[in-house]
Write a protein that binds this ligand. Structure first.
Ligand code: NAP
Length: 247
């Protein structure tokens, strides 16, 4: 699945699923630019690991919910690396609470980062992709966006929004050779799920037919496939990757 010389932008790749995606793409020869929220130390470690795969790598502190930051960063990447071929909208947060206790801030922060962030980054990258008549956009949704979850109405709305956004942009961009797909992970072992209590985790396991949480690498393998030419006839799809939770 060679991605030799391609330029990829992965949002939220200082750790977790995004980092694994960036590493996987770099192993196939893609240069990597990535955004991170605040953890500079982790971002620097990730850059070093990416460079070990013999590609160019840069980590930029960019809040995906801020249009100016996203625009400036994409311009810098295009100037230093060239036009972006592969965009993975992965940055995401949770602020869980039951609806009646959920603050307006927790609602807005989650929608702004998880959904508006994908809109702003896609918009900043799309013009050059359209000119090139080539591009792959992979949006990270969640099975919570497909089936909902108690205490996650903000997160679920953002991830369901990603699905609608994926299908609309896939239709808008298809004639320009840009494929847009969404990946909907189930429960994956990262910092995001490490904070859950043992009770919640064991309850979760009961609902996973394959009997275990997924690994970031499971998601990265699917993203790599979608980014490669082997998936050129796939667009506008949402692929669940969840040990069988949704079927
Ligand atoms: P994670 O370990 O918490 O990592 C989140 C990443 O996003 C970090 O690199 C973080 O940067 C970055 N980030 C946070 N806010 C940002 C912002 N405003 N602007 C730019 N970057 C920002 O999360 P994860 O578990 O890998 O999840 C990755 C994606 O998969 C998310 O969209 C999540 O919703 C989705 N997902 C995860 C699971 C799961 O079970 N883990 C399941 C379904 C879907 P810093 O390190 O600097 O904070």
């Amino acid at each position: 699945m060679s991605l030799d010389g391609k330029i990829s932008l992965v949002t939220g790749a200082s750790r977790g699923i995004g980092k694994e995606i960036a590493l996987k793409l770099s192993k196939e020869g893609s240069h990597i630019a990535f955004f991170y929220g605040s953890n500079e130390e982790k971002a620097n470690e990730t850059v070093k690991e990416l460079e070990k795969n013999g590609v160019k790598a840069i980590g930029l502190k960019v809040d995906v919910s801020k249009e100016d930051q996203v625009k400036d960063a994409v311009k810098k990447i295009e100037k230093d690396f060239g036009a972006i071929d592969i965009l993975v909208n992965n940055a995401g947060i949770t602020r869980d609470n039951l609806l009646i206790r959920m603050s307006e801030k927790d609602w807005t922060d989650v929608l702004d980062i998880n959904l508006k962030g994908a809109f702003l980054t896609t918009k900043a990258v799309a013009r050059k992709m359209m000119k090139k008549r080539y591009g792959k956009i992979i949006n990270i949704s969640s099975i919570v966006g497909v089936r909902g979850n108690v205490g996650q109405s903000n997160y679920s709305a953002s991830k369901a929004g990603i699905i609608g956004f994926t299908k609309s942009t896939a239709q808008e961009f298809a004639s320009r050779g840009i494929r847009v797909n969404a990946v909907a992970p189930g429960f994956i072992k990262t910092d995001m799920t490490d904070v859950l209590s043992e009770d919640v985790k064991s309850e979760m396991l009961k609902n996973i037919p394959l009997g275990d949480l997924g690994k970031p690498e499971d998601i990265a393998n699917l993203v790599l496939f979608l980014a490669s030419s082997k998936a050129d006839y796939i667009t506008g799809q949402v692929i669940n990757i969840d040990g069988g939770m949704v079927m």
